[in-house]
Write a protein that binds this ligand. Sequence first.
Ligand SMILES: Cc1ncc(COP(=O)(O)O)c(C=O)c1O
Length: 463
Amino acid sequence: MLAPLRNENLDGGVMMILPLSKRDIDPRIRHSCQKDDRIMTTDQRISTANATSNAFRSLPFMGVIRVNVAAMEVGFRMGHPDWINLGQGQPEVGELEGAPPRYNQINLQPEDHAYGAVEGVDELREAVAAHYNRLYRQGKSSQYTAANVAVAAGGRLALSRCGAALDNVRLGYFRPDYTAYEDLMTTFQRLNPVAIDLLPEDGFRIDPDALDAIVQADGLGALLISNPCNPTGMILQGEELQAWIEMGRRNNCAMLMDEFYSHFNYTDGPSSPPVSSAAYVNDVNEDEVVIFDGLTKCFRYPGWRIGWVVAPESIIQTMTAAGSFVDGGPSRPMQRAAIDILKPERADQETNALRHAFAAKQNLTLERLADMGIKVHGQPQGTFYVYASVADLPDAINAGTSFMHAGFKHQVLTVPGEYFDVNPNRERQGTSPFEQFVRFSFGPPIDKVEQGLDRLAKMIKTY
Ligand SMILES: Cc1ncc(COP(=O)(O)O)c(C=O)c1O
């Protein structure tokens, strides 16, 4: 077998990709090989991990991860100084002006060697509840407690626990949205996914009344959405978000609110407040509002794998039961460190610094893309992405995939927009409506973002 490639997961962790050569495949199972990477085209190979056994399915890498795999084919390595990763789904993780110093020591206690609670340690659960009450529920009679919080090793695991905990339900989801939702809905077969299209000409937004009508007509029992939205950067907030939460309450539709970018709001510049549906919940144990967030994006610690769910106590119990077989609970020392990160003064200092730094990067990215003739629909307000159309560029680079491959020649990574065309079980055939979109990340430090945009501008001029 060839040496394993170390592939950094664009949205967090690290995985190993094992390229198999024809020679390496055991002849006894050769007949069952569906794909061999030496005879697959690059695009086939990046869209499908090899299945070398009848027992295992041919499983594609989650959308954005494919970009890394494709880039590695042409020399990209994580941390390689010559490459600029405008595809990355992680915020810069180094020191940031105005932010507290990066946490640099994890302490181990003798009890850390034992299993911890599946739902997380009580002290962190209390700290998360207090964080939500402080930011979003001041003056409200119904307050979150530790019983409303479960901690999981990262957002995708929290979502997976949720997928394992949901019953047969008609689950509404939006296109485009976060790529992992496709895998979630494909993996948990009890879920019955119902797509709702967000159109570029509507700025990727949907009116709450129109949504209400869809929820009723389709009999949706739950809705899943990222807000702020990865990839579009759109944010539901204020009265609009309130209308969504009320719509869920009226229709008995559980609102699964993925708020992993809750602090990346620059609607009114860097002083914009964080956004959470927690502000519009009436009774924390009655309203079926399930909030996902964590340290991954808003506190710039994706490697810590600390995510959480905030929800009615009964839902937390069900999701904990799911966690008891899915994963067994998060790391104990990392949870203790997370308590420090959520201390109010430190947390506010971090998130304010973050908004200042990222608002500047958003401005830069929007300006530079406009100069390149890359069109943004609507006015993105948050996250660290710009989702834009390359349709007006020369034919050779006017699609997300050709643009990505052209970018590789200049050592820049971007993500084709069609990867966010959530399509569980790949049931929908044909061309994606987002074929001519690209997701640009301004997650890296500003000098890198600027360099990457310079290279793309130069690249476009060569066509
Ligand atoms: C919308 C959204 N939710 C959840 C996550 C998951 O984060 P984690 O890396 O903690 O699994 C991501 C990561 O990219 C995301 O974009």
